[in-house]
Design a protein around this ligand. Structure first.
Ligand code: GAR
Length: 216
């Protein structure tokens, strides 16, 4: 199978990037990380890329306040330079514009640490605890021009436990993020994702199970 080229946008520590790299190196993902781009020069994710001989590019966001489209144009140029087929947002903490979305229609995926459409935005583990939900989780979705609103590809569910802090819940969710992001990328690489309106239809997936979870 042809390996797809991924461009990864990051702002921080890059544990999701690391999981993707590890899955590629272990032959579980038919993809190649062509470039890692960060808006933060000191993002540890850039360091991880360099360690694996992956192009690591800093595109500073400074001075682009109110000029987000211009910034996104720089990103598009970089991503095109590396011949990227799929863009993944792996903890990229900037709001992106139509410039980027239209350059890669249904070819940008984001990972979000909540079960969308609940709890979009920031500080979502704390929001889930405060709301009192019994389950939370993570979502990989295609990116559209809204904030955390695009068609959902895959979700994983974890319980919210009595005594959870935002950090303990985030850690439980992160473990699942590391699995489902690669899974979504592999489905894309295999050409199995079809966007029909808001729904993402996954061809050839196993029959759905009607197992359920109860908490407590
Ligand atoms: C992850 O939990 C990801 O879901 C979240 O940032 C973290 C990045 O961690 N993304 C968002 O909140 C996007 N709105 P990482 O740098 O270790 O992959």
């Amino acid at each position: 199978m042809k390996k797809i080229k991924i461009g990864v946008l990051v702002s921080g520590r890059g544990s999701n990037l690391q999981a993707v790299i590890d899955n590629i190196e272990q032959g579980r993902l038919s993809a190649e990380v062509a470039v890692v781009i960060s808006d933060q020069s000191d993002a540890f994710a850039l360091e991880r890329a360099r360690t694996h001989n992956i192009a690591a590019v800093h595109v500073s966001g400074r001075g682009y306040k109110g000029r987000r489209e211009e910034y996104d144009n720089l990103l598009v140029q970089e991503l095109r330079k590396y011949g990227v087929d799929l863009v993944i947002l792996a903890g990229f903490m900037r709001i992106i514009t139509g410039v980027l979305v239209q350059a890669f229609p249904n070819r940008i995926m984001n990972i979000h640490p909540a079960l969308l459409p609940s709890f979009p935005g920031l500080h979502v583990q704390q929001a889930a605890i405060e709301h009192g939900v019994k389950f939370s989780g993570c979502t990989v979705h295609f990116v559209d021009e809204g904030m955390d609103t695009g068609p959902i590809i895959i979700q994983a569910v974890v319980p919210v436990l009595d005594g959870d802090s935002p950090d303990t819940l985030a850690a439980r969710i992160l473990k699942q993020e590391h699995k489902i992001f690669s899974r979504a990328i592999q489905l894309f690489a295999e050409g199995r994702l079809k966007v029909e309106g808001r729904r993402v239809v996954v061809s050839g997936s196993a029959a759905a199970s009607d197992d359920f979870l109860i908490n407590p």
